[in-house]
Write a protein that binds this ligand. Structure first.
Ligand code: CDV
Length: 315
């Protein structure tokens, strides 16, 4: 018997600075209701789903950032209805949010995602490892990307969880550009990788056509899914947030590298697919049988070296 899991990406359109968390949670609940109506059993929501993508703004008062954009508890009174709905429908989900936590007397902030079971329990947490952007104010730039200011590098590593008869792993946005992240998850058996993202249509560093940025997003997703023999769900928050555009193109990719569903709008939109999880197992037994074919004795450099150095053998 094949193991099927009916999955969905629940894309969010723009969330503006003035939008309340309550209004966003209502939109997430509407997407969840749609998912339920379509028979979906697992939903991936975006990165920092509850607020606008605030790292694009510099704030002089750090307390304002904490109060407006970070969650001190999860679920909170505002997010509890989403958990309640999911439990009532029997749907598991991934949710990204900005997490503020007190650890050993120290306030810590992470870009976080959680895995919630169909019983409404948080079964897994991931804190984003690859934080893009910068920490200093760039007043000349069209917008900021201050993830290195607002978040610490995640301290939980890359882990997997068994949920809904699948082995799942979580990543967040920029992680999708790093093969190491996918390999770390699939070395632990991941057969479904989940990821939320917020990707500006404009490149902060140099001019780049928006279509090329989407092209990179698509080829990365297809390549990572295939080379790691895993299902992959990537969900955007997108559209014009107070005039700052982020692209959509949320997608579900099969372990074959084929895109089986993709959004067509930059608004709230649900895409779904009844995924055969054993498709991943076929590839894991053959082409990407790690135990048979990987050669870690030649991969030492991947751990020892961070930045590239030019070290050709012939000087
Ligand atoms: N939220 C992100 O991590 N965004 C990055 C942008 C800044 C390049 C991304 O990788 O999509």
């Amino acid at each position: 018997m094949t193991r099927k899991l009916h999955v969905a990406a629940a894309q969010l359109g723009a969330v503006h600075l003035a939008d309340s968390r309550e209004s966003v949670v209502n939109r997430l609940r509407a997407l969840l209701a749609q998912a339920h109506a379509r028979g979906v059993k697992f939903v991936v929501f975006p990165e920092t789903a509850l607020t606008t993508f605030f790292p694009r703004y510099w704030f002089d008062d750090p307390r304002e950032v904490d109060d407006r954009f970070f969650e001190r508890t999860m679920p909170s009174p505002v997010t509890q209805p989403l958990f309640d709905d999911a439990k009532r429908y029997g749907i598991g989900f991934y949710l990204g949010y900005a997490e503020l936590t007190e650890q050993e007397g120290r306030t810590r902030r992470f870009n976080t995602a959680i895995l919630v079971s169909p019983a409404g329990e948080i079964v897994g947490k991931y804190r984003k490892v690859h934080l893009p952007g910068h920490a200093e104010h760039k007043p000349q730039a069209a917008f900021q990307h201050l993830e290195k200011k607002y978040f610490e590098v995640g301290d939980l590593g890359f882990r997997t969880w068994r949920m809904q008869d699948a082995i799942m792993g979580m990543l967040i946005c920029n992680d999708r550009r790093w093969p190491e992240a996918f390999r770390a998850l699939t070395l632990q058996g991941a057969e479904l990788v989940t990821l939320g993202f917020n990707t500006p249509t404009e490149n902060l560093h140099y001019p780049e056509p928006p279509a090329l940025r989407v092209h990179h997003h698509l080829i990365m997703a297809q390549a990572m899914a295939f080379m790691n023999a895993t299902w992959l769900i990537e969900t955007a928050k997108c559209g014009f947030e107070d005039g700052f555009r982020m692209f959509g193109n949320s997608l579900i990719v099969a372990p074959s590298g084929e895109i089986v569903a993709k959004t067509v709008t930059e608004d709230d939109e649900l895409i779904n697919f009844d995924a055969d999880l054993d498709l991943a197992q076929d590839l894991k037994r053959t082409m990407f049988n790690y135990a048979a074919h990987r050669r870690p004795e030649h991969y030492r450099i991947l751990i020892d070296r961070v930045g590239a150095q030019t070290t050709p053998q012939n000087g």
